[in-house]
Ligand binder design. Sequence first.
Ligand SMILES: NC(=O)c1ccc[n+]([C@@H]2O[C@H](COP(=O)([O-])OP(=O)(O)OC[C@H]3O[C@@H](n4cnc5c(N)ncnc54)[C@H](O)[C@@H]3O)[C@@H](O)[C@H]2O)c1
Length: 449
Amino acid sequence: MSNTPNSLPDLNTCKVAIMGLGYVGLPLAVSFSNTKKSVLTQEKLERTVFGFDINKKRINQLKNGFDKTNEISEKDLLILRNLYFTDKPSDLFEADVFIITVPTPIDKFKKPDLSSLKKVSQLVGNLIKSRTKKSYPVIVYESTVYPGATEEVCVPIIESESNLKYNEDFFVGYSPERINPGDKKHRLESITKVTSGSDISSALWIDSFYGSIIKAGTYKAPSIKVAEAAKVIENTQRDLNIALVNELAFIFNKLGISSYEVLKAACTKWNFLDFKPGLVGGHCIGIDPYYLTYKAESLGYYPKVVLAGREINDNVSKWVVEQMVINLVKKKIPIEGTEVLILGFSFKENCNDFRNTKVIDIIENARSYGINPIIVDPIVDKEDAFIEYGINILKKIPSDRNFKAIIVAVAHKQFLLLKKSDWELIKSTNSVILDIKNILPEEIEAIRL
Ligand SMILES: NC(=O)c1ccc[n+]([C@@H]2O[C@H](COP(=O)([O-])OP(=O)(O)OC[C@H]3O[C@@H](n4cnc5c(N)ncnc54)[C@H](O)[C@@H]3O)[C@@H](O)[C@H]2O)c1
């Protein structure tokens, strides 16, 4: 019985495996490998970190210092010392801690798609099966899920793959991620991190483990389920707040007043929340509420407010195109064959991520009227966008012609730099402009959301 584990891993020298190196996993891997002294205890850290991803191309790019998510610079990637990028599960043998950061999207019926989470749990179960170390392995999930998923879906898979017992032979935790892609101010280390564990000692261990790298400190939630629920409601609350201002914007449009002007006036009250109308895309805010509603429905509760908010936000792109068409008709501009210049394709400003972008809905809606979209985005990867959606994206606004229809969809800084004189050249004299982000100079006539 000499190999029977008798403790949790050594906090300062453990071997860490980060499973999935996307927007969430890569900064984590870099931070765990870079932090040389524990933020909490000031003790020396000598951890070995393995960054694992099933995407070979991503692994090769990272080894060559290129991070397509733009979170880590080439310089920072190339000076890494004890972080090893790999697509070989065998490199993860004898890892002490597994941190799971794989995607958790929704399927076409808007139901949680846990396939990556299940696959990675299987792999981890296999990896810990023949472990020879004297410490218990710890598996921490960071992927966003519905409350209960870690213990109801992932843990049974690990148990059956490994033949080991939960909370006897291995321990589990959940620590939701709060990073905001493209945001250079709110970074992993500067945002309070919620942690949780499957029993008292693993919860303390996981809290100290994250506490060693998070300067903003940690918050130890009382259970895995509480931590899972906290994450999913953060984004649900944001989604609903935006849904409210989107609905208000539809009403103010009918009233003939600017929602931005109304919101600016209302914001002078101390407790009025400052949300702006707009498209809600991306892999979090427009997705996570469905995780919550899925779980609620499975328990016999049919959420009304959350789903109403989702419906409003999902309909903004349709509303935008309808406004475009109504106003083209009013101005006697033909619909069929008219080019609409669409500025921005990513799901938000100054970020090249276009997962679940709602601009694609604008494009498809416009095409259904026979309108011809010309899409400009200076920062998204043209090839990737073509592979994913079959659309051509221009890096620059064409200068060989002007446009009768323009939709400002994303407020990239390149568009904010455009002056009144630039807009005069981009638009034709008789034109319809829909400025979703309210970035045009006031003197330019536009419909503002
Ligand atoms: N991006 C964010 O801002 C953010 C913020 C908070 C939470 N989250 C959540 O974190 C999770 C990860 O999000 P992300 O944005 O980093 O996703 P991502 O798509 O950028 O990265 C996920 C990575 O996991 C890899 N992967 C997929 N299946 C795998 C497997 N079986 N084994 C190993 N690697 C695998 C993919 O190749 C990809 O590189 C999701 O649940 C997301 O909802 C994301």
